[in-house]
Design a protein. Structure first.
Length: 159
């Protein structure tokens, strides 16, 4: 009886420990600051994200894409600075907004919305790559993934 009861208690302890590990809480953070940008070099046709880790990468990113002085330098020891690209678009006028970052099991997922140009607006007739540079509190975002949460457009009715 003692051995059976001990085995049952050990099994329960193992099950409760693995359930606690499997139920890792979801952590959600919103950007403290962000700048909409349009990538000019080496832009991927697919949505992507990468982290800037230091002042040198920050300066190089802004010089490569804008050839002007960057915004004020974030504190890289306290922040994760992430560039999020929405992928290639057929014209100018698109803007990307980072909404939040969520900690999923094993990685971070950056969620964003793409704002389309207004109907009838004048836009650049060239492929563009809308993006945003977002600053998040904490240094835990290393290799982020992306998720486009742009609401679908309502279906057009034919006359």
């Amino acid at each position: 009886m003692k051995i059976t009861m001990h085995a049952i208690l050990c099994s329960l302890a193992l099950l409760s420990g693995s359930a606690a590990a499997a139920a890792e809480p979801v952590v959600t953070v919103v950007p403290q600051q962000q700048w909409p940008v349009s990538l000019s070099e080496k832009a991927s046709a697919e949505p992507s994200a990468w982290r800037l880790f230091d002042e040198r990468q920050w300066q190089e990113f802004w010089a490569r894409n804008y050839r002007q002085d960057p915004p004020p330098l974030p504190d890289f020891s306290l922040s994760s600075v992430v560039v999020v690209s929405g992928g290639e678009r057929p014209t100018g006028g698109y803007r990307l907004e980072v909404v939040r970052a969520e900690k999923a099991p094993g990685n971070w997922v950056i969620e964003y919305v793409v704002h389309k140009p207004a109907p009838g607006s004048f836009v650049t007739q060239a492929l563009t790559c809308p993006a945003a540079v977002a600053v998040f509190a904490g240094t835990g975002i290393i290799r982020p993934e992306v998720r486009d949460i742009t609401p679908p457009e309502p279906a057009r009715r034919s006359p």
